[in-house]
Design a protein around this ligand. Structure first.
Ligand code: GDP
Ligand code: ZN
Length: 456
């Protein structure tokens, strides 16, 4: 284990709450808390046994004034979250109490933890690998049970184990090639080539099966960005409200929501959906409205799915057609809204072919819409278990490793020297190691942890 300084942070969100948690990790964690913690039993915290909890008071070091009534837990290295000595102070949740305790911990010699630094230490100390560390953010961000299950499986090392098995196999192949190259005999060489080919094919198959559901895994992790588009008054906001009312499971605001674009989370039978209601898309001279329209266009570019809405009680006009032209590069579903009113559409337009008839106000057709979304992205059923690959970084590393393996196979087919093949194999080995963090550069690792929150 490396030797780091002692860090501390408030691990619970800011604001008032029943309790809050202050985490301290590092060699001096126990000594530091000992200085300011008076145990109710009269015992000395420094002498307490590992993995025990103690009730008492945190005092201001200099004056001896009581700051708060607390419970203190002690986890001894290496059996702790960071694999270092960890002390956790559970105090009253409130701005003053947590601030003052943290301040005392700093005065005694700890330094404020950077975002994700506790988890980073768990990684640097070898308790978890990078994919497991990344899963910690995913668990915190999970919006549906499905997202949670996928993140939990990754944090338990499911993907990491698969990757390690493949990498071990690659190492064996490399060793085998090395022996063959050192003792060149014709028949040995062709036997090795044959064996390497079989193994490489097997690994390609494995990687491709991991990649197969990675698109769905990403949706489960990040949410399906679904934009409701259509000109003003077709019923976009009504649809958003109807969908939200039926699926109250997630009701949090998406950060960055503007006045002109509303974003809401929605749990559609386990699929996390980020539903985006755009301001009407149309040409406008009004500056304020213009900004809203520009944002709407941008949202269309970013969308995984567009719900394009038409008002069925009016004929299609140029404004509708203008929006249609923007949908060429999107996956979309056409919704014909206001089925409760008289139908005035001309069904000749090809875009209306697979359209779904709905009423945003009375809920007609909404279940068909949900079914269509599941068919489009999950072949109709969201898997009950977890998805192996949900992270773009992992997906890219797998794809690169796969390409290198295919290069190796091509080289074998072209009767290239075995040491040429071994270069491709070791490249694949290295790409796969990026997933677990074995072969990733330090600055990239830092970047990953900077996305964490402070206190995790
Ligand atoms: P947006 O501008 O596209 O967001 O449209 P809104 O959701 O604000 O709806 C515009 C108007 O159409 C409102 O008066 C809604 O009540 C009405 N509306 C929306 N959906 C339906 C529907 O299915 N049937 C009927 N009759 N009116 C609807
Ligand atoms: Zn609206």
């Amino acid at each position: 284990m490396r030797d780091f300084d002692t860090i501390a942070a408030i691990a619970t969100p800011p604001g008032e709450s029943g309790v809050a948690l202050i985490k301290i990790s590092g060699t001096d964690a126990k000594t530091i808390v000992s200085e300011i913690f008076k145990m109710k039993t009269g015992g000395i915290f420094l002498n307490s046994r590992p993995w025990t909890m103690h009730y008492g008071h945190i005092l201001e070091h200099d004056s001896g004034d009581v700051i708060d009534e607390v419970v203190v837990s002690y986890f001894m290295a290496p059996k702790s979250y960071t694999a270092e000595d960890v002390v956790e102070i559970t105090c009253h949740g409130g701005y003053a109490s947590t601030r003052r305790i943290l301040e005392q911990v700093m005065v005694m010699g700890a330094r404020p933890a950077a975002p994700g630094e506790f988890t980073k230490r768990a990684f640097l100390n070898g308790r978890i690998d990078l994919a497991q560390a990344e899963a910690v953010i995913d668990i915190i961000n999970a919006k549906t049970d499905q997202s949670m299950r996928t993140a939990m499986a990754q944090s338990q090392g499911r993907l990491s184990r698969e990757i390690s098995t493949i990498r071990e196999k690659l190492l064996n192949m490399l060793a085998f090639i090395e022996v063959t190259v050192d003792f060149p005999e014709d028949d040995l060489e062709s036997a090795t080539a044959e064996k390497v080919k079989d193994n490489a094919l097997e690994i390609v198959e494995k990687i491709e099966s991991l990649l197969k559901t990675s698109g769905e895994g990403k949706i489960i992790r990040d949410g399906l960005r679904t934009v409701i588009a259509g000109k003003p008054n077709v019923g976009k906001s009504s649809l958003l409200n109807t969908l939200l009312m039926e699926n109250r499971a997630i009701v949090t605001d998406v950060p960055g929501t503007t006045r002109d674009v509303i974003e809401e989370y929605l749990n559609l039978d386990g699929i996390p959906i980020i539903l985006v209601d755009t301001a009407g898309i149309r040409d406008t001279q009004d500056i304020v409205e213009r900004i809203g329209v520009d944002i709407s266009k941008q949202k269309l570019v970013e969308a995984d799915l567009v719900l394009f809405m038409l008002d069925r009680s009016r004929p299609i006009d140029n404004e509708d057609l203008e929006i249609i032209t923007r949908l060429e590069n999107n996956r979309y579903i056409v919704l014909l809204n206001k089925t409760d009113l008289e139908d005035r559409l001309d069904y000749d337009h090809p875009i209306l072919q697979d359209a779904i008839q709905v009423s945003a106000t009375n809920g007609f057709g909404i279940s068909e819409l949900k079914k269509r979304i599941k068919d489009m992205f999950f072949d109709g059923t969201v898997k009950a278990g977890e998805y192996s690959v949900s992270n773009d970084r992992h997906k890219e590393a797998l794809m690169r490793a796969n390409e290198s393996l295919k290069d190796a196979l091509a080289a074998l087919k072209g009767n290239m020297q075995l040491d040429v093949v071994s270069i491709d194999l070791s490249t694949a080995w290295s790409y796969l190691g990026e997933i677990t963090g074995d072969t990733l550069q330090e600055d990239l690792i830092d970047k990953i942890f900077s996305d964490f929150c402070v206190g995790k």
